[in-house]
Design a protein around this ligand. Structure first.
Ligand SMILES: C[S@@+](CC[C@H](N)C(=O)[O-])C[C@H]1O[C@@H](n2cnc3c(N)ncnc32)[C@H](O)[C@@H]1O
Length: 257
């Protein structure tokens, strides 16, 4: 059995793209989109159905939201992930861009960012930019919806693991967060393994995300101009955040006037 580290491109999602959908097989995109539509119908009052998914990855949310009737656009900084999104949603307009650098003005009724991807805006100053640009990109009455974690609630190295068979190979995937207890760095560690015909390869990487508390986040959203509702991290109901849990869904509304 040989173990060889795979070459790295410097962008974990560029390296991961070919396997991404396999490793997300258990993510319930339909449930998340049904939740987004429910939130949209409850909180948005901008009048249209123009939709942007930040860090859209391979376009799974774009596809479902398009089926709901939204005019969908996606943004991601990985051309490999966007190529998958383009295949899945040929009608969607896609932007190769950093989360903190997009420049649309007053264009969208709904902006989403799922799978904690808002935390990829790093450092805090970049996250601040992402929130400000989202505010600018929304129409009055439009909403920004994303899920988030409070740094104080990170369970170090707990992670999630997936193992599955693909063609003749056995694939393993593990991702885990690690928070050092202070500061704005949230470490994401990824491990991928592939075993086939007695040969084994391993691939490891680390990525820096942004750690912050919910009070810091709420202050940044308010500073950007948003009115903020925090909901429990449960896609099956619309339930106000209980003030104690460390996972939440944020609904940030751009006021009408
Ligand atoms: C965990 S995946 C989530 C993809 C998709 N939202 C989903 O739920 O399947 C994170 C995505 O964020 C993208 N990404 C990471 N950092 C980014 C940044 N600074 N700007 C734009 N996209 C970024 C990656 O390329 C990847 O597609």
């Amino acid at each position: 059995m040989t173990v060889a580290p795979k070459p790295r491109s410097g962008n974990i999602y560029a390296d991961l793209a070919g396997y991404y959908d396999l490793f997300c097989a258990e993510v319930d995109y339909a449930e998340q989109c049904a939740f987004a539509r429910r939130v949209f119908n409850t909180f948005a009052c901008s009048g249209g159905m123009d939709y942007l998914d930040l860090a859209c990855g391979s376009g799974q949310h774009l596809l479902v939201m398009q089926d709901y009737g939204f005019a969908a656009q996606g943004l991601d900084n990985s051309s490999e992930m966007l190529a998958l999104a383009a295949q899945r949603c040929p009608a969607a307009q896609l932007h190769l861009c950093d989360l903190a650098a997009f420049e649309q003005q007053g264009s969208f009724d709904l902006i989403t960012c799922f799978l904690y991807s808002i935390h990829y805006s790093h450092p805090l100053a970049a996250l601040e930019q992402t929130l400000q640009r989202s505010f600018a990109a929304l129409k009055p009455g439009g909403i920004l919806l994303f899920n988030t974690v409070d740094a104080r609630g990170i369970q170090n190295d707990a992670g999630i693991s997936t193992s599955l068979k693909h063609d003749d190979a056995q694939l393993g995937f593990r991702s885990a967060w690690h928070y050092r207890g202070e500061g704005e760095v949230l470490d994401l560690k990824l491990e991928i393994s592939r075993s086939c015909n007695g040969q084994s390869e391993q691939w490891q990487d680390a990525h820096v995300m942004t750690a912050l508390t919910f009070s810091q986040l709420q202050a940044m959203l308010a500073e950007a101009g948003f009115v903020v509702q925090m909901l429990e991290h449960d896609y099956s109901v619309l339930q106000q955040w209980n003030g104690a849990s460390f996972n939440a869904l944020v609904v940030a509304t751009k006021p009408l006037a």
